[in-house]
Structures are given as C-alpha cells and as structure tokens.
Design a protein around this ligand. Structure first.
Ligand code: MLT
Length: 202
C-alpha cells in the first residue's frame, strides 16, 4: 500500500509501456479488489488502483449517494475532479501515460463522470455496470476516446434505459463508444472479462 499521493492506492508496475489500467472498485470494495481482474485483462500493463474516499456505513465509495441510484451530484463533481487530480499526480510520480479506466458499478460511475468532466486525464474507459452519473453534464469533448460499456440485461440496480442514456451521452460527447449487454445481473461474469480483454487488445 502506498499513501504519499492523495488517495490510498496500489500500484503494480507492468512490463509494457502501453496505457496502464486505472482500476476503480464498486461500493464496499477497496484498492485490492480489481487487481486480479486487471491482471487478467492486461497481464503486461501497469495497474493503478485507488480506494474511494467516501464512506457509506463504513463501505468505501467514490462519491456520496442519497439512495441507491440517486446521486449527490455536487459530490460527484467534486470527487471526479479530486480523482482526476490524483490520476495526473500519479502519472507524474510513476511516469505513466494516461490510463484506461476500468470501473465496476460505483467505480464505473465515477469513471463516467471523469469522462464527462475531465476527459483529458484518461485515454479510454471500460465501464462495467455503469449508469448516468450527472443528469445535465457540461458539454464534453471525448475526441474519439474509446469507451466500452458492458451492462447486465437483468441488472436490478441499473435500468436498461439508464445505461442506454449513458451510452448516448458519451457518443454525443464524441466518444468512440461500444455498448454491450450481457444476459446477467449486476455482478461481473467471465463474459465481461472476455469481452473487455478482446476490446482492450483489439
Ligand atoms: C452507485 O451508487 O454508484 C450505484 O448505485 C452502484 C453502486 O455502487 O451500488
């Protein structure tokens, strides 16, 4: 565990100089959760994995919510900028190119917020079970950054209409968006790993 930067995080140096993966955990997770997913997706890339700073009944998250699926948008904005600043600082410390975010659930939602508010800090994103983080985001220009969204057809937390709206928002912001829906719920499956690694190594 390294703590000098503004987020508690794990950093694993890879042997490749390709864009590292920025791993963003779901509610109740931490900086260790997605390391094995990152390793399976990209065995040679560096991995940077921060822990969300917001606690909800002791469970780490990346921003506050008022209820499940109802976000404190002022906090989303503040936390997205805070995490974007960390990404820049960690890039300088570890001498990294801009990362590709790999976020699950709450981690996917903060990654989507960063795409809409600070697109320059990422080189792309894999959003696993993501939803719209901000109802009326400012106009963003993703400049054809690649984004993969993987939704679950029977996700009890995220209605299909919400995931579709996120895909539309990111396309309208000029993202190069691929949106896939798997026959599953909120949890990740082997199909997510297969789809994401195919997309990453395409
Ligand atoms: C969120 O709060 O970001 C979403 O409801 C997903 C979750 O973390 O449960």
């Amino acid at each position: 565990m390294t703590q000098e930067l503004s987020f508690i995080h794990r950093f694993e140096q890879g042997i490749s100089t390709a864009a590292p993966l920025l791993l963003l955990h779901g509610t109740g997770g931490n900086e260790n959760d997605l390391l094995s997913l990152g390793r399976s997706l990209a065995p040679e890339r560096s991995l940077l994995s921060p822990r969300g700073k917001v606690l909800e009944n002791g469970m780490p998250r990346f921003f506050r919510r008022l209820a499940e699926g109802v976000f404190d948008e002022q906090d989303v904005i503040k936390r997205a900028h805070e995490l974007a600043d960390f990404i820049v600082a960690a890039g300088e410390t570890y001498k990294l190119p801009k990362p590709i975010a790999v976020g699950f659930s709450n981690g996917a939602n903060i990654a989507a917020a960063i795409l809409l508010l600070r697109p320059d800090v990422l080189s792309g994103a894999i959003l696993l079970r993501a939803m719209v983080p901000l109802a009326k985001p400012p106009q963003a220009d993703l400049a054809q950054k690649p984004v993969l969204i993987i939704s679950g057809a029977s996700d009890p937390i995220i209605p299909a209409s919400n995931a579709n709206l996120l895909a539309t928002m990111l396309k309208e912001a000029h993202g190069d968006v691929q949106h896939e829906t798997l026959p599953t719920g909120h949890n990740l499956t082997q199909n997510d790993v297969t789809l994401a690694s195919t997309w990453l190594n395409r």
